[in-house]
Design a binder for this molecule. Structure first.
Ligand code: ZN
Length: 238
């Protein structure tokens, strides 16, 4: 990592950035220059490198279709995590009485099993992301945006938001916003408890994350408008 190791991470929780911060994610500029995604430099230089919203929006659309057509790692199911925990060493949770004697109460180490499953998923997802050709340029552009907003570790912020954007569909309701009755696949009419009816997972990185998510939407909108205009022109010419 090229950042100072004392820099506090700007966002809590997610571990994606370590997986996708690898040196394989270098940004190739339009003139063929290669540099780290976390470009540090004067603001005017940064803004000169920034693309138009519609250009970035088109790159985002390409990135999403590249991601969608890739083989995705699946999160482990609850049962698989239970099985994993059963294979791990048990941990002590207080004491229990057996035949009138206090003995250590050994239980499944569920937190460790969840952590292991989570790390595996992030590792696999990191490998997948490393193969997406459009990712470095999109990440570079969103890093510029985060830097322009004054975010600490703009490269990490950009990586986290991109991964959220690619995988934001709620894993419980699959974006339908309602709970599904087990075994039937039918919606119960109750709002999904995990996403609270938004159909999406929570945006990482707090306010800067929300701001960049809005910026992404703006870029997508600009790209779609530009695509429609081009189509209309072609139709008029034909
Ligand atoms: Zn949901």
């Amino acid at each position: 990592m090229h950042q100072g190791k004392d820099d506090p991470p700007p966002c809590a929780g997610e571990q994606y950035s370590s997986a996708i911060n690898g040196s394989n994610l270098r940004v190739t500029g339009e003139n063929g220059n290669t540099g780290q995604a976390d470009v540090r430099g004067p603001a005017d230089l940064l803004m000169a490198a920034a693309w138009s919203k519609s250009r970035l929006g088109s790159a985002l659309l390409r990135l999403h279709s590249e991601f969608d057509s890739s083989q995705h790692p699946r999160r482990m199911t609850g049962e698989a995590i239970d099985r994993l925990a059963a294979e791990m060493d048990r941990v002590q949770s207080g004491y229990k009485k057996v035949d009138g004697e206090q003995v250590p109460n050994m239980v499944l180490d569920m937190p460790k099993a969840f952590r292991t499953a989570n790390n595996w998923y992030h590792h696999e997802m990191g490998l997948l992301l490393g193969r997406l050709k459009t990712l470095p340029e999109v990440r570079h552009q969103l890093t510029l945006k985060a830097e322009d907003m004054g975010c600490g570790r703009p490269g990490d912020v950009a990586a986290k938001i991109i991964l959220w954007w690619l995988t934001k569909r709620c894993p419980t309701c699959h974006g339908t916003k309602f709970e599904v009755a087990a075994g039937t696949g039918r919606q119960t009419g109750k709002v999904c408890r995990l996403c609270r009816g938004t159909g999406e997972t929570q945006i990482p990185c707090f306010e800067p994350g929300r701001e960049i998510a809005i910026f992404i939407d703006d870029c997508l909108h600009a790209a779609r408008v530009s695509i429609r205009q081009k189509l209309r022109k072609t139709q008029n010419c034909g």
